[in-house]
Design a binder for this molecule. Structure first.
Ligand SMILES: [Zn+2]
Length: 340
């Protein structure tokens, strides 16, 4: 079985973004409109979108979440974020009900700048009850200005406690960038990945406090694997602990969304199969074809793993399935319940 842990509902019916625009424009005045989308409209977008690509590319199950750029936690206030989050999570839930064999839910949470992450817990619990297996966690709810506390601050601890209790890993995933210095998917996303990794090294506290907490850092971990020597060196300097980075990697996984073969091969060589987890982020950040690579889609990431000839069968299985089952216990239980 091939499990893709990183998929977004970027093909959602247009009513969703129109609803969101009206919600944002309501700017604090009560917005009570319900989102109206039929099951047939959902089916159409999935069958012609993500499901078609899953079938063509030979992957089986995708962990499916709302569009990451669309989380946009900086808009409005906490209530704006709660209403939006509930609405998009409900839509993801409907996809998972219409296509239970192919999509398992990952939720957005209603973060808001300056508001305690503890306030996200009720939505997290609601989604857990609906069968979601993980959440996307935005380390920068300001969407590009990073004025909040680092992920290692006690500010986040109530949320971590709940994630640990629910056995839900968090994918560390920033949202859109409203800072013109940082392009969203080309700069802000990767900044987010390596910024959080560095926070984990610098403060080295949260996995001691929450040993069951698991972070999946997407986009191949940003620049982290490429600068592995730098991070290891800083780790030793800051903490005088040669083994720290290995210890941290007991709770951290990087996905395969780097969109070229050499990058995926390098990622696995440097980080090791035990910490690399298969994902495509499709249909997402880079949707075009690569004319220098057989005109294949950049985000057809299975091909890059397939093409690593010296990868052992055991490591291949770890990357495609084993790590997902280990990191996402709720997913594993659900699949087993279905005899998979
Ligand atoms: Zn993503």
């Amino acid at each position: 079985m091939i499990i893709d842990v990183h998929g977004h509902y970027t093909t959602a019916p247009r009513q969703l973004s129109a609803w969101r625009q009206r919600q944002i424009a309501s700017a604090g005045t009560p917005f009570t409109e319900e989102l109206v989308i039929t099951d047939d409209e959902i089916r159409e977008t999935i069958i012609e979108g993500q499901l078609k690509l899953q079938n063509e590319r030979g992957t089986d199950v995708a962990l499916f979440s709302p569009t990451a750029g669309g989380m946009a936690h900086h808009y409005g206030n906490e209530e704006t974020s709660k209403q939006w989050t509930r609405t998009v999570n409900d839509l993801i839930y409907r996809v998972t009900q219409l296509f239970p064999d192919n999509f398992i839910g990952v939720c957005q949470i209603p973060e808001s700048p300056g508001v305690s992450p503890a306030n996200c817990i009720p939505e997290l619990e609601r989604c857990a009850e609906m069968g979601f297996v993980a959440c996307n966690l935005n380390p920068d709810p300001t969407d590009g200005y990073w004025t909040g506390p680092p992920m290692t601050d006690k500010w986040w601890f109530p949320l971590y406690e709940k994630l640990e209790e629910l056995e839900m890993p968090a994918m560390i995933h920033v949202s859109m960038s409203c800072n013109p210095n940082f392009h969203g998917t080309g700069a802000h996303y990767l900044n987010g990945d390596q910024t959080v990794f560095m926070q984990l090294i610098q403060y080295d506290n949260i996995f001691k406090e929450f040993p069951g907490l698991r972070f999946v850092i997407p986009h191949g971990g940003g620049a982290v694997p490429y600068h592995w020597g730098r991070y290891r060196g800083i780790c030793e300097q800051l903490n005088n602990d040669e083994d720290l980075i290995e210890r941290l990697m007991g709770n951290i996984w990087f996905d395969t969304c780097v969109y070229h073969h050499a990058g995926v091969k390098f990622l696995i060589e440097v980080i090791g199969a035990q910490n690399v987890i298969f994902a495509s982020e499709m249909i997402g950040a880079v949707r075009s074809r690569n004319p220098r690579d057989g005109n294949n889609y950049y985000d057809d990431t299975k091909r890059y793993v397939d093409a690593i000839k010296d990868l052992s069968d055991a490591d291949r299985q770890t990357i495609f399935e084993g790590n997902a089952r280990k990191v996402y216990p709720r997913l594993d239980r659900e699949l087993k319940k279905r005899g998979k």
